[in-house]
Write a protein that binds this ligand. Structure first.
Ligand code: ATP
Ligand code: MG
Length: 420
């Protein structure tokens, strides 16, 4: 069977130049996604739709492509269309066209999708009126076929449980059933680049996804308790989270930096406020990398009040540490919403795995209130080699690059040019 995928995009409010750029970017991202699963299909715009020319393939192949495309940000919904090319079938401009192939397909679909007790309706649209029958007559003819050749018993014209859509046009005739919802939003690469602070928990991956679905390119930084062996670094939980997220974010880097230098400096000092000091340290190291990779904002999975340390005071203290904006897309989310999204993204089990290599720093009773001026003074007095601390930490960066679920590059600490 010949297939096409018809894509309706989100954000209809976008106008003019923005809209054209958006659609071009979306087509490009869809092509890349398809290439990552081995398909070199044409993706083109016709009026307000994008068409993927799937061609002659097994149904399972087109269904798989549809599922993969549903993850691409910027798509409102799609349908898989069974396509009868007019050049081949000549349904139009023939007074007695051979319509049996359409009836046969309807029979097959009706049997595949039958649900006991459900109602159905056939909807025919003709954008080319040269067709030999009126829409209503063709609807009736196809409904009769469904009654005769499948177990469907009830028609409900307005509120059917299952519609069978047939669109007759001068280019060809499309038969389709269900809409597949996309995730909406904007295509990745249309709104800028962000660096996400990624920990081993549920929140930060969801925060990163939200930014990607809002059109951002997303890179990641993780602070780990030890230096990872480059040979098996991709086995680490953090690397696996980024690998999974890159199915949506496309090309994403993850910078893994050890916080051992900071840990040591703090140990010697026996300071209070260790968690918020660590947050400020993470922000400062991140800002250096952001300059190199030209990221416009830092992103965290902070959620107001979720843990004792996530207070407005601590958020403010972290913000004051750097000039770059810090975005917190999950700030007002409920935990159930975050878990639901994590599950949808196939990240729930992975994020639930125990992860020992992070957060050893967190004290048992973290300070819930902090003030920038106090922290600033503390840092000047007790962490006077701050610049060296940042540099030593950056020097031990391991970088991995993922592209649609594939590791495409890795660089160990000490290798040159690690922020690629
Ligand atoms: P998450 O669920 O994302 O792990 P959390 O509930 O453990 O977060 P915190 O530990 O307070 O909450 O961390 C808040 C945010 O700070 C995280 O969402 C993440 O963005 C950032 N963060 C915390 N620890 C690290 C780390 N080791 N490396 C990078 N970012 C971190
Ligand atoms: Mg959290």
């Amino acid at each position: 069977m010949q297939y096409k995928i018809v894509v309706h995009y989100a954000e209809l409010a976008l106008k003019g130049k923005n809209r054209n750029e958006f659609v071009k970017r979306l087509r490009k991202n869809m092509r890349k996604k398809l290439a990552s699963i081995g398909h070199d299909w044409e993706v083109k715009s016709i009026h307000d739709r994008i068409f993927v020319e799937v061609g002659e393939v097994e149904e399972a192949v087109s269904q798989h492509a549809l599922t993969e495309l549903a993850r691409v940000p910027g798509i409102a919904w799609m349908s898989l269309v069974h396509w009868f090319d007019e050049q081949k079938y000549r349904f139009l401009r023939t007074s007695t066209p051979e319509l049996q192939p359409i009836h046969d397909l309807i029979t097959k679909l009706a049997n595949q999708h039958h649900v006991e007790g459900h109602s159905f309706a056939v909807r025919v649209k003709r954008s080319d009126k040269n067709f030999c029958m009126s829409s209503q007559d063709f609807e009736r003819a196809l409904a009769t076929t469904i009654f005769k050749t499948s177990p469907w018993k009830t028609v409900n014209l307005k509120h059917a449980d299952q519609f069978f859509f047939v669109d007759v046009s001068s280019r060809g005739t499309a038969v389709h059933l269900n809409k597949v919802r996309g995730t909406g939003g904007l295509p990745v690469s249309s709104t800028g680049r962000v660096l996400t602070l990624l920990s081993g928990g549920f929140d930060s991956p969801v925060a990163a996804w939200l930014m990607a679905n809002r059109g951002c390119n997303v890179d990641f930084i993780h602070f780990s308790a030890s230096h990872h062996n480059i040979n098996d670094v991709e086995e680490y939980k953090i690397a696996r989270i980024v690998k999974q997220l890159s199915e949506v974010t496309g090309r994403s880097r993850v910078f893994i930096v050890p916080y051992t230098h900071f840990d040591m400096a703090l140990l010697e000092q026996d300071l209070d406020y260790d968690l918020i000091l660590f947050r400020r340290f993470m922000a400062r190291v991140s800002e250096r990398i952001m300059d190199k990779i030209e990221a416009g904002a830092l992103v965290t999975g902070d959620n107001l009040g979720q843990v004792a340390s996530q207070t407005l005071e601590n958020i403010n203290s972290m913000n004051r540490a750097i000039d770059a904006p810090i975005l917190r897309p999950l700030l007002t989310y409920n935990k159930e919403e975050i878990i639901a999204k994590s599950t949808e993204l196939d990240l729930f089990d992975l994020c639930r795995e125990p992860y020992k290599d992070c957060c050893a720093l967190i004290s048992k009773s973290p300070r819930t209130k902090s003030k920038h001026v106090i922290l600033d003074k503390m840092e000047r007095e007790h962490l006077s080699n701050y610049e060296e601390l940042i540099q030593d930490t950056l020097d031990e960066t391991t970088t991995l690059v993922y592209n649609f679920g594939q590791l495409v590059f890795k660089k160990d600490a000490g290798d040159e040019d690690s922020y690629i």
